[in-house]
Design a protein around this ligand. Sequence first.
Ligand SMILES: *Cc1c(COP(=O)(O)O)cnc(C)c1O
Length: 355
Amino acid sequence: MKKHNFSAGPCILPDEVLKKASEAILNFNDDNLSLIEISHRSESFVNVIEKARSLALELLGLENKGYKALFLQGGASLEFLMVAYNLLNKKAAYLNTGTWSNKAITEAKAFGELIEVGSSKDKGFSYIPKEYNIPEDVDYFHCTSNNTVAGTQMKTFPETNVPLVCDMSSDIFSRQLDFEKFDLIYAGAQKNMGPAGATLVVIKEEILGKVERHIPSMLNYQVHIDKDSMFNTPSVFAVYVSMLTLQWLKDLGGIPFIEKVNAKKADLLYSEIDRNPFFEGIVAKEDRSIMNATFNITDDSLKEAFDKMWKEAGINGLNGHRSVGGYRASMYNALPLYSVQVLVDVMQEFERNQK
Ligand SMILES: *Cc1c(COP(=O)(O)O)cnc(C)c1O
């Protein structure tokens, strides 16, 4: 039986997506060729990437609103750099909510003045800063919607007149947001969409073309837009699997449907963390992530016993990020509610064993 996969990323994908993807490796579209041995300019593959791009916009409710969807390479980490390359003329504002924001800030610093408008570094990134001001004269504001490592999530986004740029790597397509508020959204595929190797970038085209520097072709969003996300060979397999996952999500009922399932999973687990005296949450309750629940065991001497139990129950990927320790249960879209129930049952059995 397949394990209950709480891995933070690369992460769980729907069974039916994995099945279709493995079939396509051997014989794609009944063409008697593999998906990964055909030209990316063949009609079969062009249809795939066009479908993936349109599904992404459709699920976010951004069709015909001046947005373009691209599937690029280099991960979200390259977007840290590309965002600044393409948008930062003089100054940009960043919200620092943890590991990934920090990396985005480090990359962007090479391009201009960075204003860290807020930071939760003082308390180990265990909350989302709320009172901060975004200067009117910055080129854009950058934030991270979900902090995969710390387990916090922005529940609201600031009202601002400057372009809003967001790293949504670990919660894209998981909850309803007013996506039109955002001018650029990026996400590495491997958290909630597909295998590693593709990065989804959704851009409002009108924000481009405002920097004076020369931008190398591969790092230039406009070049990728003009070439319909086919400036060079895209990562065909990652794009195909992402397309299948987006189709899976659409068939289920899209973001409104999955949001309810995700809320149920998170409620189930956080209720147990709060109830069970052997466990405790790590971050501010109002900022808890629906995707990545971080928690500690209250008595470290019992860690080994607990680890043995969840592993025996067929659970995978529960260890916290190496920089934080403790536990982290990542409950991405494809994780069934049943898997969360299995984890909660293990936590309850663990409690009973201590009596
Ligand atoms: C995983 C992650 C990244 C890094 O993604 P790569 O694709 O490995 O570059 C960036 N931001 C967030 C929020 C992440 O969860």
